[in-house]
Design a protein around this ligand. Structure first.
Ligand SMILES: C[S@@+](CC[C@H](N)C(=O)[O-])C[C@H]1O[C@@H](n2cnc3c(N)ncnc32)[C@H](O)[C@@H]1O
Length: 388
């Protein structure tokens, strides 16, 4: 097995060499994607912030670990780590992890295992051993691992998931979305937020079945993947979680969207364009995507770190703070200008104009050309026409 050495922040790992043009296939013996460094950086920011808030020593588990880079970085770069367990069902990945633990001299607190992820997490739960932080980073959908992860996670712990199956999640592959997630979806201009909320919905629902409320404390979309961190809480009636799930009544003609209670649909015709062939999406999580306390703690704890020196990471976190209090979903200025056959004004001009009219509005990390606002589509369209 031919392996190359890669350096990422403080860690060095052996993993399969990249193919031509830096491409990477999921079938390589030891998977390592250098482009996912931001995903790992942000994970370390979350762990450091979480530790600063809880002051607890942490047990970290990564059951689909490939080269082990993530767990090794956690051991090398995070504060308050008691023990890290990394595991992968592939023998080749396990052998590389063992080598990488030695290479980075973290053998005292990183343990490598060679097991199926669901078996491993169920085994830990069966022997009563629970983790503070479980990171599920698979190829495709994390949904197949969530229920066993919940068994091995402490109450008050964090479950992190990555999802790369954007087609089904975003409403582009509707059949797969129904089959895999049981959610009604459709093609929309706000597809990236729809996909993120679909993922959050199915994971919260899995938690509710086990009497946990998994509160999303940091969620984002980047290029080809979603990442969500959930804080696990014991479910209490006073949480009124159901009221945060709604259906979306979507107008495929003008893309206006209306949030509707799960039990009744009062809208039969689009108020913006009069179309009466509306689509139903959902049910969907309509609550916050991130926790302001966690985002503030990340900015405080990681302020002088290499992680926030990366301009894209810093901008992403800033935007998550800016857009956190806005209702779903974003509007894409370029999309609506193209429909209106007008040239698009600058995003900042649109925000200023909406604010002048008394609406709240913000940029969004989902797209450079999109905004979040509490104004409706008709108001936005008038602003776009005026500014174009
Ligand atoms: C996307 S890679 C993980 C990358 C890694 N988390 C990182 O940050 O570099 C997914 C890994 O999951 C492993 N895998 C797939 N199915 C698994 C299963 N059922 N149990 C354990 N590992 C599995 C694959 O062998 C592969 O190494």
């Amino acid at each position: 097995m031919e392996l190359s050495v890669f350096q990422e922040r403080k860690a060095k790992v052996y993993a399969s060499a990249l193919e031509d043009k830096g491409e990477l296939s999921s079938s390589v013996p030891v998977f390592y994607n250098p482009k996912m460094f931001r995903n790992r950086d942000i994970t370390l920011c979350v762990i450091n912030a979480y530790h600063s808030l809880t002051k607890k020593p942490l047990l970290f588990l990564e059951p689909l670990a490939a080269s082990g880079i993530r767990g090794i970085r956690v051991a090398l770069e995070c504060k308050g780590i008691l023990r890290v367990v990394v595991s992968d069902k592939r023998k080749t990945a396990y052998s590389a992890m063992v080598k990488n633990i030695e290479l980075n001299k973290v053998g005292d607190n990183v343990l490598a295992l060679n097991m199926d992820a669901n078996l491993l997490m169920s085994y830990f739960s069966a022997i009563g051993f629970k983790f503070d932080f479980i990171d599920i980073d698979p190829f495709g959908s994390p949904i197949y691992y969530v229920e066993s992860a919940l068994r091995a996670l402490k109450v008050g712990g964090v479950l992190a998931v990555t999802a790369t199956d954007l087609g089904p999640l975003c409403g582009v592959n509707l059949k797969k979305c129904r089959e895999r997630y049981g959610i009604l979806s459709c093609k929309t201009e706000y597809k990236y937020e729809l996909g993120l909320r679909t993922l959050i919905t199915v994971i919260i629902q899995a938690g509710l079945r086990s009497k946990y409320f998994l509160e999303p404390i940091l969620s984002y979309y980047e290029r080809h993947y979603y990442r969500v961190f959930f804080l696990s809480k014991k479910l209490k009636r006073s949480m009124h979680v159901n009221s945060l799930f709604m259906h979306v009544i979507h107008c495929p003609n003008c893309q206006e969207r209306y949030l509707s209670d799960l039990t009744q649909f009062s809208i039969t015709k689009c108020f913006n364009c009069g179309n009466n062939k509306l689509r139903i999406i959902g049910p969907l999580w309509t609550g916050r995507l991130s926790s302001r306390d966690l985002l503030d703690a990340i900015m405080r704890v990681s302020s002088n770190s290499q992680y926030l020196e990366d301009k894209k990471t810093f901008k992403l976190l800033k935007l998550l703070i800016e857009e956190n209090n806005f209702p779903p979903f974003y509007f894409d200025i370029h999309f609506h200008c193209s429909r209106l056959k007008i040239s698009p004004p600058k995003t900042l001009e649109v925000l200023r104009e909406l604010n002048n009219l008394g609406y709240r509005s913000s940029r969004t990390h989902f797209s450079e050309t999109a905004i979040k606002t509490n104004a409706n589509l008709s108001t936005l369209q008038n602003v776009l026409v005026r500014l174009s």
